[in-house]
Structure formats: structure tokens, C-alpha cells
Design a protein around this ligand. Structure first.
Ligand SMILES: [Zn+2]
Length: 499
């Protein structure tokens, strides 16, 4: 599993986790606390409720004791209870339950209060927050979905039969409805390898790409408000830091969900054979894959996403409130903004170029009609253009420190692939290095040579920029570009490690 495999490795190797100095605090839920199966919704569901409440308070100015907040909390508890009661009735998770409605229908309460906001309450559903300009509907489903009613009917309809065999006719008749709207199903085992970007936790609507875009915009809108906000007399700086990290996690969750589209496939369990109907595996249309990649460029790798005001950053002192479920931060006391941004960008980059995903892109060439698959080369080209765009014409701007960090991480990824740096798991000294090492382990050969090819191309582009614009550059940008050029030259000249 691209995204989760480093979590699993760290969980079974606490020594390595300690050595890598993992980020403290509530930043990135689940990073250091992998939820146990018994907890079901666990911390992540509370995180959704937390972001929802934050959005209500910051965007809609709802008071903690106000009617709307009460509605929000009641809907959350009602949904959570329905989910857990579902388990006691024998229902398993259905991670396709969230895909029943179109994004436009999500806030239409005439639909959601009759049919449901989701096809099944057995999904891990995120809070439903309307985008700016659309009137908010329900935050969580207030009724059970068509899938839930259907499986209860299957399991609990009294059938007048003397033997189990005699029940089959009636049961098959119910099961035959499986392809109907709102009844689609994907349970835990169907999601562990992240093959299907729409059978997953914390997504919503039949177009999760668009939903994620709405939510990243919602997160940015709260950041914007936080940028200009001052604490109220009854609030502490710890509250602000907590809010800032909550938004960071929320933004990250939606960004990482986009990577699944690249090389993704729909996995259908209701395949019944015959010439018509869907096959068990169907590639995600290439246009959708390109759309996800473009969104990552626009939100995760963009210059302006993580522009926070000094006023905000200087208010982010950790809380000293110690109680169950709270983490205390002792080091660093101030907010390590570069490290945080670089870490989330590295996780997304590593996931995008993980050896499993690259192998899937390779296979997709044989599993898709000619010209309809996203190629490995296109992935490298698009991401390189997005991160390393160098302008040789016009006036050159200084490269910002966050940008330089991202460019280096991307370069490290390519270097690790090109050099077959399989020892780097042991030698990794920082968490981002560890992620790059683990994701480039077993990279397919085609991707290794592509990485080499792209590095050479990058070196030539840097040389050209230095040649034309070098004298106009500030010292930090100049040092960065010269360093990058020299590093690539060294890599290209290095003897290749034999397999
Ligand atoms: Zn559950």
C-alpha cells in the first residue's frame, strides 16, 4: 500500500521511528497512532467532527452553544451510532457507500432526508461541507441508505422454508438487485491496496475529485481567516495551533486522496459474467487521471498554497493542557513550518511515484486500449513541469525557500530511482528521506531510466537558466541552482550499482 506501507514499517520498528524524529502533535492523524481495528471510526472520525465544528465557527460564525452547532453535533452522533449499530446487526463496512449522490445533490435536503446523503451508513463518511456559494444541507446523513435497507432485507426477511436450500430462491432474488443505484459495495479487503480511488474512506459523492477540490478550497478559506485572526481573550495560543494543524490534516487528507487516480482502476464486485455489464477491473479514464494530476499541481505543489502570515505563525505556541487524547509538544516550541510543508509534499510525491503505482502504470499499457492509458513518461513530465518550471525569458524571480525545498525533494526521488539506492532505508536520517527510500524500493526498470532521462533534461534546463539569467539571480537561488546542477552531474557520472 503506497501511503500506508511506511506507517506499517514504523509501527513494527519503533527504534527507526524514534531515530527519525517524527513530528509531534496532532499533525497528520494516524502518523504515529495507527488505529486499531476495534476502534472502527477511531480518531479520524473525531477529526472530521472537529474540522466541521471549526468551519461552522470560523466561516459561518456559529457559536458553540448555537442551534446550528447543536444540529451539527446531533447529526454526527446519529450517524456514528447508526454505523456502530449496523455492525451489531452483522453489517460490514461499505466504502463505496459515499458515492451515491452527485456533488450538486449533497446539499439538497429533499434528496438527502429521503434517500440518504450516502448509500450506506457503513462507510467512513467525512463531514459534508458545502462549497462557498452553495447553501449548506445536512452535515451527516440523518437516515440509513438504500444499501443498508437492502442488506437488512437479505439478512432478516422471514422466509417460509424448511431447509436452507429452499431459502435460496428468495435470497437470490434480493441479491440480484445488486447493480441498482445506491447499492454498490466495497469492503475493507477491497480498499487495502488503494487500487480503486472511489472505494475508499473519507471521500464523498459520485465525483470525489470535485468534492476534494471543494474541501481543499474550504481549508484554504479557513487558513485565510486564520492568517488575519487574533485570539479572543478566553482563547490560548494552543487553541490556534490546534486549529492550524486540524486544517493542515484536512487539506492533506484530500490532497493524498487524489494520488489514487493515477494508475487507478475501478474494482467491481457485482460482475455477473456475460458480454454486457462492467468487468471486475476497469481503468480510470485517462482524463480523470490527468485532472487529478493537475489538481495536485494546483494545490499541493503550487507556490502560494502555504503562504501564511508571520502574525499567524508567531502565534502558534503549543498547548500545555495535558489530558487523555492530547499530545504535548516540548520540541520544537515554535512552529517548524518548512519541515511541515516539506513533509506533506514529500508524502504526496512519494505516493505518486511509489514503485507499486509505477508498476500499475506499466501494466496499464497492456490493460487499456492503445493511447488511452496515462504513461509513466507523462507522469514524470507533468510533475517535473509543475515543480521545476524554469523561466529563461523575462525577468527571473527569486526561488522561494519552500519552492527550493520541494524541488530538492523531487530531485532526491529521481536520484534514488536512478542510482538504485536500495541501501537508503538504513541510511535515512530524516523522515522525508525515509519516505523517499521506501517508495523507491523496487522501482520498475522503465521508471529508473526515465528518472535518469529526466535528471539529464533538468540539468540542461538549469544550465541554460544559469547561463542566461545567472547574473540576475539572488544568491540563495543561484546557490540552489548551481547545487542542483552539480548534484545531478555527479549522479549521472556515478557508477551504477549492479542488481
Ligand atoms: Zn465500522
Amino acid at each position: 500500500v503506497p501511503y500506508l506501507k511506511w506507517q506499517e514499517i514504523l509501527k513494527s520498528n519503533p527504534g527507526k521511528a524514534a531515530e527519525l524524529n517524527l513530528p509531534a502533535g496532532q499533525f497528520l492523524t494516524g502518523l504515529t497512532q495507527v488505529p486499531d481495528h476495534e476502534f472502527c471510526f477511531a480518531m479520524a472520525s473525531a477529526q472530521q467532527a472537529k474540522f466541521g465544528a471549526l468551519s461552522l465557527s470560523m466561516v459561518n460564525h456559529e457559536l458553540p452553544s448555537g442551534e446550528e452547532m447543536k444540529t451539527f453535533i446531533h447529526q454526527y452522533l446519529r450517524y456514528l451510532t447508526a454505523h456502530e449499530v449496523g455492525h451489531t446487526l452483522g453489517l460490514r463496512h461499505n466504502f463505496r457507500g459515499s458515492t451515491m449522490l452527485s456533488p450538486e445533490e449533497l446539499n439538497n435536503t429533499e434528496i438527502t432526508r429521503n434517500k440518504g446523503l450516502v448509500g450506506s451508513v457503513m462507510d467512513y463518511v467525512p463531514v459534508n461541507l458545502a462549497p462557498e456559494g452553495i447553501e449548506q444541507g445536512d452535515y451527516f446523513s440523518t437516515v440509513v441508505g438504500p444499501y443498508d435497507k437492502w442488506v437488512i432485507k437479505y439478512g432478516y426477511t422471514p422466509i417460509d422454508a424448511l431447509t436452507p436450500q429452499q431459502e435460496l430462491r428468495t435470497l437470490r432474488k434480493i441479491a440480484a438487485q445488486g447493480s441498482e443505484m445506491g447499492l454498490s459495495y466495497a469492503t475493507d479487503e477491497d480498499t487495502f491496496d488503494f487500487i480503486d480511488p472511489e472505494a475508499k474512506v473519507w471521500d464523498l459523492s459520485g465525483d470525489p475529485l470535485r468534492y476534494s477540490q471543494w474541501q481543499m478550497e474550504n481549508a484554504k478559506a479557513i487558513w485565510k481567516r486564520l492568517n488575519n485572526s487574533y485570539l479572543l481573550p478566553e482563547e490560548s495560543a494552543g487553541d490556534l495551533r490546534d486549529r492550524f494543524d486540524t486544517v493542515f490534516s484536512y487539506f492533506f487528507d484530500h490532497a493524498i486522496s487524489l494520488t489514487g487516480y493515477i494508475g487507478g482502476q475501478t474494482f467491481n464486485r457485482n460482475y455477473t459474467g456475460g458480454k454486457t455489464g462492467t468487468l471486475p477491473f476497469e481503468p480510470i479514464p485517462v482524463e480523470k487521471q490527468r485532472q487529478a494530476l493537475a489538481m495536485l499541481g494546483e494545490y499541493m505543489f503550487a507556490e502560494d498554497t502555504f503562504n501564511f502570515s508571520p502574525q499567524l505563525l508567531n502565534q502558534l505556541a503549543p498547548s500545555r493542557w495535558t489530558h487523555w487524547g492530547a499530545f504535548t509538544t516540548i520540541f520544537p516550541l515554535d512552529y517548524p513550518i518548512h519541515d511541515r510543508v516539506m513533509l506533506v509534499q514529500t508524502i504526496v510525491l512519494g505516493d505518486l511515484f511509489s514503485s507499486e503505482r509505477l508498476a500499475r502504470l506499466r501494466d496499464a499499457q497492456l490493460k487499456t486500449s492503445s493511447g488511452e492509458a496515462l504513461t509513466m513518461a507523462e507522469l514524470f513530465d507533468t510533475v517535473q513541469d509543475s515543480i521545476w518550471k524554469l523561466d529563461t525569458k523575462g525577468k527571473i524571480e527569486p526561488i522561494s525557500s519552500l519552492r527550493r525545498g520541494l524541488q530538492r525533494q523531487y530531485m532526491s526521488l529521481l536520484v534514488n530511482m536512478a542510482l538504485r539506492n536500495s541501501n537508503s532505508l538504513e541510511t535515512a536520517r530524516t523522515f522525508p528521506e525515509f519516505i523517499i527510500a521506501i517508495q523507491t524500493f523496487n522501482t520498475p526498470e522503465d521508471a529508473r531510466v526515465l528518472a535518469r532521462y529526466k535528471l539529464r533534461q533538468l540539468r540542461d534546463a538549469i544550465a541554460k537558466t544559469l547561463n542566461k539569467q545567472g547574473k540576475n539571480l539572488d544568491t540563495a537561488s543561484l546557490a540552489h541552482l548551481e547545487g542542483a546542477r552539480d548534484r545531478i552531474t555527479k549522479v549521472l557520472d556515478a557508477p551504477l550499482q549492479a542488481e
